[in-house]
Write a protein that binds this ligand. Sequence first.
Ligand SMILES: Nc1ncnc2c1ncn2[C@@H]1O[C@H](COP(=O)(O)OP(=O)(O)O)[C@@H](O)[C@H]1O
Ligand SMILES: [Mg+2]
Length: 270
Amino acid sequence: MAAQFNKKERSAKSIAFVHHKGGTGKTTTCINVAGWLSKLRKRVLVVDMDPQGNATAGLGIDKASLDGSLYDVFFNGVAIGDIILETESGVYLAPSSLELLAAETHLVDQANCTNILWKHLKNVESYFDYILVDVPPGSTLLMINGIVASDNIIIPLDSGVFSFETMETLKTLIVDLNEALGVEANVMMLLLREYPGGGLFSNPTRRIKGMLAKFLEDNDIPEVEIVKIPFSKKIFEAQMRGVPISHFAPRSKIGKAYRKVAREIIKSDQ
Ligand SMILES: Nc1ncnc2c1ncn2[C@@H]1O[C@H](COP(=O)(O)OP(=O)(O)O)[C@@H](O)[C@H]1O
Ligand SMILES: [Mg+2]
């Protein structure tokens, strides 16, 4: 059943969580930041653009029970407001379904195929303070739609020992994205997930953070903040339970880290 909500005066700020690799923490960041924004009394919509539907499941929604998903919005003429659900933590959700796997081939045939999500979100943006778009990996039309629909992007990075690869990735994402994909991507934050113990360096995360800072300086992108995110088993437990960390273990180290990100987002919007 579709959720009920009231219109407000200002349009939502929209943020996409982007990285072309899988497993860097896009979905985890998206749903946990959403949980905190909701706890800080903001009205938040998560848009799950990934056919895998991890954000949908991570917010406690059983995908098998869905009446409609973004697929129906994109291809079956269903209004986006009619598929939005309210989840346990108070975060609203435009759910995904596996059918979205076919979206790529259908989208190619549509006119203005990169701004379809943007067009649909226009119809609901005045109901929310924040719209967070969880983007699938790869450089697909679903990913590009997510970026085009968003005012800003946040890039979650994992700090493996392949730090130079991280730099290359970042160059692709920040410096080349606009040119390569023909879309404007305003990066507001880099999140660096801690390496979970050991490695070639004594403190790989700190070392990579230093390299990232130098990269931003060299490429004249000083306004992008780098935030460290701890590696935590609590995240796994919260995801199993289907609630964001803000509603599961808010005082944990990882809980506080995501609260900091949510607060930075609010601050940057004032
Ligand atoms: N801070 C963290 N600590 C521990 N595990 C994490 C953390 N962030 C993400 N994970 C785990 O890493 C895996 C990939 O994260 P996910 O958010 O699904 O990445 P993506 O959306 O980029 O593919 C998931 O199993 C998730 O539980
Ligand atoms: Mg994901």
